[in-house]
Design a protein around this ligand. Structure first.
Ligand SMILES: [Mn+2]
Length: 318
């Protein structure tokens, strides 16, 4: 409920220079590109906590990411998880910049842990992405960690994520995928068994982004079926730039045709960003080496500003 008072929280920006969970290391440079394109201006008086940096490790060939990658991934993810928990403990809003989407394990686990530590139910998740990131080590076709992290966050056993998600599991029935269109067959079974809701770009187009935003907030907020469109419970949001069509956002790691247009995404992000109880924002998968004229970095900033809108001072809003 909005009592009319100023409930603005400080935004704390945390960069995750982590690309080892993806197909290329280019996304590790995402936080630098997003800051260079003017993120802090767009967020007003946000505090920049700097970057958490993964060491370079050589990935072993084949379907398992390999011991070296997994060890470094766990180390850097626990560091990120601590940083996000610290921000939440200060009552601030974390705005985490990727990095490949494997960083979502740390961010989302931190949100779950912070809620439990405060005696609250863990928030729901709105996951705006071309992918559902719900493979396990047994089903992954690629071996990329960024395609498995939500399976772990939802409680399936994915060994490289065991320690990271400890105490931070989230209820899959309050997870909503928006823009998903590249889902492996076994992954689709996992997602439907878990009970997550998927809105494909086709459904978003057919029913309108306004309707989808409202439904997504109701499901993630734990208020599905509730009358009157109440704001519901806490929600964390993860925005992968590959949810957009590659013609709109070329600077990503995985290009998947048939994505959202910017006007569709803009409407979704604006309506979701108005929700009173967004507790964490994550913007991921910007790969500056594939970008054209910093287009994707600029869209990442607009997405972050829309999702953090309630906490951006009026002077910085555009
Ligand atoms: Mn993705």
């Amino acid at each position: 409920m909005d009592h009319g008072a100023d409930h603005r929280r400080t935004i704390e920006v945390i960069g995750a220079r982590i690309g080892l969970g993806g197909r290329c290391l280019g996304t590790a440079d995402g936080p630098r590109a997003i800051r260079a394109a003017g993120l802090l201006n767009a967020l007003g008086d946000a505090r920049d906590l700097g970057d958490i940096v993964a060491r370079e490790v050589v990935r072993s060939p084949g379907r398992h990411p390999g011991a070296a990658v997994c060890a470094e991934f766990e180390r850097v993810s626990l560091e990120l998880r601590d940083a996000v928990e610290g921000t939440l403990a200060r009552g601030a809003l974390p705005c985490v910049l990727g990095g490949d989407h494997s960083i979502g394990a740390a961010t989302q686990a931190a949100v779950g842990r912070a809620a439990r530590a405060a005696g609250r139910e863990p928030p729901g998740i709105i996951w705006i992405d071309a992918h559902t990131d719900a493979n396990t080590l047994d089903t992954t076709p690629s071996g990329n960690l960024h395609g498995m992290m939500l399976a772990a966050v939802h409680g399936l056993d994915v060994p490289p994520f065991r320690r990271i998600v400890e105490g931070g599991l989230r209820d899959p029935r309050r997870t909503v995928y928006v823009g998903a269109r590249d889902i492996d067959p076994e992954e689709r079974e996992i997602v439907s068994r878990l009970g997550c809701r998927i809105y494909t770009p086709e459904e978003i187009r057919a029913r309108g982004p306004e309707v989808v935003a409202r439904e997504a907030l109701a499901i993630a907020g734990g208020r599905e079926g509730a009358d009157g469109g109440g704001e519901g419970g806490d929600v964390s949001v993860s925005f992968d730039l590959d949810s957009l069509d590659p013609s709109v956002a070329p600077g990503v790691d995985c290009h998947v045709e048939g994505g959202l247009s910017w006007p569709e995404a803009e409407t979704l992000l604006r309506l979701i960003g108005r929700h009173l109880r967004i507790v964490a924002v994550e913007v991921v998968e910007v790969n500056p080496s594939a970008d054209i004229d910093h287009r994707t970095a600029h869209l990442a900033i607009r997405a972050a500003a829309l999702l953090c809108a309630r906490h951006v001072p009026p002077s910085a809003r555009h």
